[in-house]
Write a protein that binds this ligand. Structure first.
Ligand code: ADP
Ligand code: MG
Length: 238
């Protein structure tokens, strides 16, 4: 059985169907991308997985548990957003340590874990800095470390690099891929950027109007689009 299973999930807002019996499965340790145009339902699906939106139908299974109706904090799901949402009055160290403190871990164990995480995301030397003293790219590294340190079963990333300029964005794409491989964490990355999806993903799910239009490895999606929507969307680089 797959590690994460989205089984015919439907979500409506005011009677409008946004997720239309969408089904997909993710294996443990994969980095998959949900790729699709603005408004196709990517964020809504992530919010359903995280428990921030209640579904109107279907099931969500994660790591052998039915999490469809669990409270968000009991799901083992982490999330990174486009806006970094760091604690402005806490240092890099404190921001990253926060989740472990909440779990009641002792100081010396926290220190060791934070050190590892800071190395993993390339923030060594920035421990004592405050978010306002960091670049956008550095802030997003802190956000990533802060979400990863509590070791969620799955980490959801909703267009995390959108606010960054093109060069930093490229760097972070490659780094995220490395970090993900090193950590073995299962990740679902959302983007509307075809090139970004082709660069970082193990597999891509192309989403159109609340359904999966095609899924496959990047090269497969790129060279063998299954239908006109995918062909147009993938072909349409900006
Ligand atoms: P994407 O992330 O792919 O751009 P979203 O999941 O944010 O798309 O939105 C999909 C559709 O659902 C859009 O038409 C959007 O307006 C609508 N939608 C999202 N959230 C809400 C909400 N809380 N209330 C009403 N409509 C919403
Ligand atoms: Mg979105």
């Amino acid at each position: 059985m797959s590690y994460l299973i989205i089984d015919k999930v439907t979500k409506k807002f005011d009677g409008t169907v946004v997720l239309n019996e969408i089904s997909l499965a993710v294996e443990r340790g994969e980095l998959v991308t949900l790729l699709g145009p603005s408004g196709c339902g990517k964020s809504t699906l992530l919010r359903c997985i995280a428990g921030l939106n209640e579904v109107d139908g279907g099931r969500i299974l994660l790591n052998d548990r039915d999490i469809t109706y669990l409270a968000p904090r009991k799901r083992g799901v982490g999330m990174v957003f486009q806006s970094y949402a760091l604690f402005p009055n806490m240092t890099v160290y404190e921001n990253i340590a926060f989740g472990l403190k909440m779990q009641g871990l002792k100081g010396d164990r926290i220190a060791a874990r934070v050190r590892e995480m800071i190395d993993l995301v390339g923030l060594a030397g920035k421990e004592g800095s405050y978010p306002r003293e960091l670049s956008g790219g550095q802030q997003q590294r802190v956000a990533l470390a802060r979400s990863m340190i509590v070791e969620p079963d799955v980490l959801l990333l909703d267009e995390p690099f959108n606010a960054l300029d093109a060069k930093i964005r490229k760097t972070l794409q490659m780094e995220l891929k490395n970090i993900q491989k090193k950590s073995g964490m299962t990740m679902i990355f959302v983007t509307h950027d075809q090139e970004e999806a082709l660069t970082i993903s193990d597999r891509i799910f192309v989403i159109n109007e609340g359904r999966v239009a095609q899924s496959g490895k990047p090269l497969e999606i790129y060279s063998q689009p299954a239908n006109e929507f995918v062909a147009r969307f993938i072909g349409n680089f900006n």
